[in-house]
Design a protein around this ligand. Structure first.
Ligand SMILES: *Cc1c(COP(=O)(O)O)cnc(C)c1O
Length: 384
């Protein structure tokens, strides 16, 4: 589960007093991204736009860039950041609640704008600039079993999206290029294929009626990641085969995964400060906390981890179950609850896996004013 390079780096950081730290294995990221690319195949393969919100770390974006076709950004801040890191990247700009300033930036810097409502489309048209848009549709339907259904204010109902045609009729510089749909997160390849078929089944006739030739259809992200099984991977090959079978000449398909691309390349590495029993349960208090890796709190899961024994003096526990907590003064600061360990002692290093997406960048860093973690990147010969 933990790469050898990360294990070595963790040992070194512990010896130097450099924990907690995020350690990113860029070599592993490149290998994973190349695997996705290969699995999706060549001819007729969907384009991949990486969803920057999963992890916009500059080093990660730069490592990923050769393996993706573009980047999807969801705010003016992300757009400015990605443009700065990757001056030549193809960008798509999406997301709810775009301000006028963001629309203006999107028109200038993004090759596609994903439109969330007829009103947003009219505000875009009012800028009077050339812009290529995809209209975001939110298809109702059964999303049972998904990690996160994008119900609510995202995109437009299929019944109300026709209102966009009236706006487009009076906006010659706004070009309708296709449909965008991101309906759910946490779908395995079969479920993702069923959803992709549903999107295509709705989008093709609608775009035909709208007179959109050479349509583009963005099938969204949300490819499953299993925190309970860190070795499991989304079946990109099956998804690629299925999408290739659905693709039609003359149309361009695109996906915009985030989590499933970068989650495996990051570790949050920290160290045990105290081991104690409270009300009959074992607790280990670790440096840092969920203000640095909020993932286990938002997902309400146990963050997978590896214990690396390290010399220390202080209390320990033998084989048993333990709750791993951080340094925050709140009972919610839990990395993993009642999880089995063979042994755990003060000074041991705990490397939390699957910390490469929706980890540091979604966390409330300043709560309690603890020191910030270090950031390290394992990168071939330049490795730590
Ligand atoms: C968050 C998001 C994605 C990426 O989702 P993942 O679950 O990280 O793959 C893609 N598209 C849109 C519109 C999003 O909001």
């Amino acid at each position: 589960m933990i790469t050898e390079a990360v294990r070595r780096a963790a040992g070194r950081l512990a010896a130097e007093g450099g924990l907690p730290a995020f350690v990113h294995d860029l070599d592993a990221l490149r290998a994973h991204a190349a695997g996705i690319r290969d699995a999706l195949g060549a001819a007729g393969a969907p384009e991949i736009f990486y969803a920057a919100k999963a992890n916009p770390d500059a080093r990660i974006l730069a490592a990923l860039a050769p393996f993706v076709d573009g980047i999807e950004v969801a705010s003016g801040g992300e757009l400015a950041h990605v443009r700065n890191v990757l001056p030549d990247a193809r960008l798509a700009f999406g997301g709810p609640g775009k301000t006028d300033e963001e629309l203006d930036l999107a028109v200038r810097e993004a090759e596609r704008v994903h439109v969330e409502s007829p009103y947003e489309l009219s505000r875009l048209a009012a800028l009077g600039q050339d812009v290529d848009v995809l209209l975001r549709v939110n298809l109702a339907g059964d999303r049972e079993g998904v990690a996160l259904a994008m119900s609510g204010p995202f995109g437009m109902d299929p019944e109300s999206i026709d209102a966009c045609l009236d706006v487009l009729g009076g906006a010659p510089r706004v070009r309708l290029r296709g449909i965008h749909a991101h309906l759910a997160s946490g779908l395995d390849a079969d479920a993702m294929l069923r959803q992709s078929a549903e999107i295509l089944g709705w989008a093709r006739p609608w775009l035909g009626r709208a007179g959109c030739t050479d349509p583009e259809i963005n099938l969204g992200g949300g490819m499953a990641v299993d925190y309970a099984d860190p070795a499991a991977r989304f079946d990109w090959a099956a998804y690629g085969r299925g999408v290739a079978a659905m693709a039609r000449p003359g149309e361009r398909l695109r996906i915009e995964p985030g989590r499933a691309v970068t989650v495996y390349c990051g570790w949050y590495v920290t160290q045990v400060l105290d081991v104690k029993k409270a009300h009959g349960r074992w607790y280990a208090v670790l440096r840092g906390g969920t203000h640095q890796i909020r993932t286990p709190v938002t997902k309400d899961h146990d963050q997978p981890f590896t214990v690396i024994p390290h010399d220390g003096s202080g209390p320990s526990m033998g084989a048993g179950r333990v709750t791993l907590v951080g340094q925050l003064c709140t009972p919610k600061d839990v990395f993993a609850r009642d999880v089995p360990v063979a042994r755990l002692a003060v000074g041991d290093v705990v490397a939390f896996a699957m910390a490469g997406a929706y980890a540091w960048n979604i966390s409330h860093h300043d709560f309690l004013m603890h020191p910030k973690p270090g950031f390290h990147y394992l990168d071939g010969a330049k490795t730590l």
